[in-house]
Design a protein around this ligand. Structure first.
Ligand code: APR
Ligand code: ZN
Ligand code: ZN
Length: 361
């Protein structure tokens, strides 16, 4: 029996979001219905609302979520009703070239539920990143569910579903930060702060936080930054060089997504260092660099998609580390809110007041 629940819908470009009754079908083959317990508000939800991702309105927003599996469809064996899960937006296929070569983190043949959730008049909803979890219940592909220790707070667990995983993964997976490395993180919002947590976890000796906002630099310190640079008043490339004995950082993580910060990241690394690009640029942005600098510096430029994470490997590990007190994912939850507060949370995000507002049910 299909069920009716409440969910946050973006009806059209730049229109305010609304809490609507939505219809969630029973799970079909390979699908699961999840009772959502918490879902963080991410920039990508705002981009959907603004029409910046595509025009497939109406959207069912929310994609940074944790909850309990309520029911599963035919053929689902990895998760069962009652399991506490974190949802991921990259359920790997297992059959593409990347998967078959043992690199499922680069799978671009990912899948979502085949059936659609709808409004009560039958209008099909497009779930944000194939999830749609600002809803009491949501329908996903079973492969989007990763089972983790149920004793963790759902508000904390859900964060690993997107931004926090992207940041931690940028450091530990893409950047391969090692013990004793110097790491610079440009842009200290939720993603950059998570990169700082990842760098610290990996044993970085120096972690240099760069931002244009002193409030963000204070938070970055509490996350594990050893040095801070306000790039409004100080040239960050020079400052990073100075703080690393004149060399530049072994790993520079860019978590803004703008040409000038991409350029800073490029020049702030040590010769043969690694630049990790996790900030998402807009399609019209370009960057001009002298080729001799690209050629002459060695090292690598890497882009980091979802922190190159493997949910089945990384989610349980990070929850474990959090439960042991070795990382504090709770520090990313600025406030918990209700389903009706998502529009307000977008405004606070825009003001730069929050790391994460998390809807709890
Ligand atoms: N130099 C340094 N820092 C900057 C600059 C700049 N020129 N411009 C903005 N920032 C800082 C902001 O002050 C803020 O602290 O970058 C940070 C961006 O943080 P958020 O807006 O909270 O964004 P976040 O969720 O962390 O995502 C960052 O990563 O995954 C991507 O799409 C995401 O592109 C976005 C980026
Ligand atoms: Zn694949
Ligand atoms: Zn997100």
């Amino acid at each position: 029996m299909a069920q009716q629940v409440q969910g946050v819908v973006a009806p059209g470009k730049n229109e305010p979001v609304r809490v609507e009754t939505i219809v969630v079908p029973d799970p079909g083959p390979g699908e699961a219905v999840v009772k959502v317990q918490a879902c963080g508000v991410c920039h990508t939800d705002l981009h959907y609302k603004q029409g910046g991702i595509n025009d497939d309105f109406p959207f069912l927003l929310g994609h940074e979520a944790a909850g309990v599996v309520e029911s599963v469809g035919e053929g689902v064996t990895d998760v069962a009703p009652g399991d506490f899960v974190i949802l991921n937006w990259r359920a790997v296929c297992g059959n593409c070239r990347a998967c078959l070569r043992g690199r499922p983190q680069y799978c671009f043949n990912t899948h979502n539920a085949a059936q659609k959730m709808t409004l009560t008049d039958g209008t099909e909803l497009s779930p944000a990143l194939g999830i749609g979890a600002f809803a009491e219940k949501t329908l996903v592909a079973a492969g989007q569910c990763t089972k983790v220790d149920p004793s963790v707070s759902p508000a904390v667990a859900g964060l690993l579903g997107c931004g926090v995983m992207a940041g931690i993964g940028a450091a530990i997976n893409t950047g391969q930060v090692g013990r004793g490395d110097s790491v610079a993180v440009i842009g200290c919002g939720g993603v950059g702060d998570a990169a700082i947590v990842g760098a610290r976890l990996a044993g970085a000796a120096r972690i240099i936080a760069v931002d244009i906002d002193d409030r963000k630099l204070e938070t970055a310190k509490s996350m594990g930054a050893t040095h801070t640079v306000n790039s409004r008043s100080t040239d960050p490339v020079e400052a990073i060089r100075e703080l690393t004995g004149g060399f530049g950082a072994d790993v520079v993580i860019e978590a803004v997504g703008r040409p000038e910060t991409y350029k800073q990241a490029f020049y702030a690394r040590d010769l043969a260092g690694t630049v990790v690009l996790v900030g998402v640029p807009t399609p019209e942005m370009t960057l001009e660099l002298p080729l001799i600098d690209v050629f002459g510096r060695g090292g690598s430029l890497k882009s980091s998609w979802y922190g190159d994470c493997l949910p089945s490997r990384d989610f349980p590990m990070l929850i474990d580390l959090h439960q042991q007190g070795r990382i504090d994912l709770g520090a990313f939850v600025t406030e918990t809110i209700g389903l009706g507060d998502v529009e307000k949370a977008f405004a606070r995000m825009h003001e730069g007041d929050v790391l994460r507002s998390v809807v709890v049910f």
